[in-house]
Design a protein. Sequence first.
Length: 253
Amino acid sequence: MKPVVGYVLLGLASFLIFLALLAPATLLADQFGQRLSGFSAQAVEGSAARGSMSGVHWHGLRIDRLSWRWRPLALLAGRLEFSLRSDDPELMLTGDAAFGFNRRLQFRQLVGQLPVGRLGQLAASNKLPVDGVVAFDLPALELNASGWPLAAQGAVQLLNLRALLGQPLNLGDFRLQVEPAGADGIRGQIKDANAPLALDGTLNLTPDGRYRLNGQVALRETGNAALRQALSLLGPPGGDGRWTLNFSGALAP
């Protein structure tokens, strides 16, 4: 019986490989569209096994070109998986994407960076009043059909962050360490990297796109009058010289 099962599995794997080599590239583009609401591409080239999409749009975020290559060995682990790479002057991205029967999209070893302004296109309808670079290194990331993160593990860094409220203010570098929080979505710890703005907080993001940020912020450079004036928008500091952060809301659909 075992040899028969082995032959059946080998035949099925051979059929899937043959199908992938012949299938058009639009088959993969359609899979992204079914699993990411608002996803579209202006042009698709190649095959399902190896191809590219240009003029990619997703919730306002645009990628000039996104290429993929099928990873057939992932079938042994029960995954239909592809290696991804972006070709964009501002947005750098590499990683593996796997499609599941539950309409979820799973990423592994997702590494890249992009300007904060372009990331803000995913989070809000208006441009964020900040400038800088977002660098991410996520060994695991899972999105639901709406594109909201269900689970994540890894680190996200905000580098050379500046506030653009009148006179640009240097805020420094920050790091968000994220981990799965079960049914509650994602939990993250935020710390500054010896920045002018000392920050210690927690971020919670639920699967339906709701977020909550709690923490405390203080001036590391007590003589920074411009930054102190900006923090005054949060009200007066506490007796320990720190301002309390308590923000919540929902990411833009």
